[in-house]
Write a protein that binds this ligand. Structure first.
Ligand SMILES: Cc1ncc(COP(=O)(O)O)c(C=O)c1O
Length: 339
């Protein structure tokens, strides 16, 4: 491993259970690896209600909110958003209020939606067809609404993906470098699901800043390759605009957009087949919206010989999302019945 920069991190609120475990998936490697080893970074174990990748970003965002005297966290996403549930948990844990702007209608409580309600978030429902730009407009008006009630609200972009949230995975790469050294891994491919680009930006920036020999390969769950490459670069550029001590180099992104399937939040039966098989093999639950799609893409690329890296050790970052499986119980049942 090369020379590592000493990085002056912003303050973080310690919320996540870290470092997360790192281990070899022995049986999955034998089943799908085609001679390569598949390791897992267990960011699904970063907390119970906070679980997943989002809490790594929220540690930095929450510190900023507390230091600047905000009393409310406002964010937006899908009805079953992991990020929204994690934000509601962070707010409750820190004694802040929380408003979630969710795409969808009030319905039977399940999964993340049920948890966000339990965590006492105020929920504002908007149409399922609301675009990303329209969501940003909703966030701005929520901020003004809270201000008129004398509350200072911090609006967090979708997925917590911005120049503050990016620090979460810059620091996660430091953890991964320790994991790699402990397991004697020289060069790796880091694989993960990308949905709003912040994890991707952080991983790529982390590899650059810590000089870790790894190819970061990001499996898209919604938008296309050009969108994610640009979004991740933008997050990095926005961070560098604030921090002249960081290198001026661009980050190197690699997005695979061929496994999105029927669209965001919907997955084909092949994804459910993969996630039920992995659960039985390794005792690990993936979700059909993010991690299941990414893992399925990885094994499909390994099988087809189209995986974008020749590293013999692959690290799958399990970014959480287990609550997202519960609203898909019938598809899981169909996969189990077809075995
Ligand atoms: C479980 C899970 N994995 C992966 C992602 C993707 O991360 P990001 O939004 O940083 O691209 C998300 C959120 O979007 C998620 O909830």
């Amino acid at each position: 491993m090369g020379h590592r920069a000493i990085i002056d991190y912003p303050r973080r609120e310690l919320l996540a259970v870290l470092p997360s475990p790192f281990h070899l998936l022995t049986r999955a490697s034998a089943r799908w690896g085609r001679g390569r080893r598949i390791w897992c970074k267990r960011d699904d174990l970063t907390g119970s209600l906070l679980t997943g990748n989002k809490v790594r970003k929220l540690e930095f965002i929450a510190a900023e909110a507390l230091d600047a005297g905000y009393s409310v966290l406002v964010t937006a996403g899908a009805l079953q958003s992991n990020h929204c549930r994690a934000t509601a948990a962070v707010a409750a844990q820190l004694g802040l209020r929380c408003e979630l702007i969710l795409r969808g209608e009030e319905q039977e409580l399940s999964g993340n939606y049920l948890l966000s309600k339990m965590l006492n978030a105020d929920i504002t429902y908007v149409s399922k067809a609301t675009t990303g730009d329209e969501m940003t407009t909703h966030l701005v008006s929520a901020e003004a609404r809270w201000a008129s009630r004398g509350e200072k609200a911090l609006t967090i972009p979708i997925g917590g993906s911005d120049e503050t949230g990016i620090w979460g995975y810059i620091s996660a790469v430091e953890e991964l470098a320790v994991d790699m050294a402990r397991c004697d891994l020289q060069r790796t491919a880091i694989v993960h699901a990308t949905g709003s680009g912040g994890t991707q930006a952080g991983l790529n920036a982390g590899v650059l800043l810590h000089d870790v020999p790894a190819d970061v390969i990001s499996y898209a769950v919604c938008d296309d390759e050009a969108y994610f490459n640009e979004k991740a670069q933008q997050d990095w550029d926005n961070l560098r605009a604030k921090r002249s001590d960081l290198p001026t180099k661009p980050i190197k992104t690699q997005t695979v957009d061929s496994y999105i399937g029927p669209g965001y939040g919907r997955a084909g039966s092949e994804v459910f087949d993969t996630l039920t098989e992995l659960a039985a093999l390794e005792g690990i639950a993936l979700d059909p919206v993010y991690t299941g799609k990414a893992f399925h893409g990885l094994i499909a690329d390994l099988e087809a010989g189209t995986f974008r890296s020749d590293a013999s050790d692959i690290i799958f970052v399990h970014t959480g999302g287990v609550f997202g499986i519960f609203p898909h119980a019938s598809a899981v049942k169909a996969a189990l019945d077809s075995e």
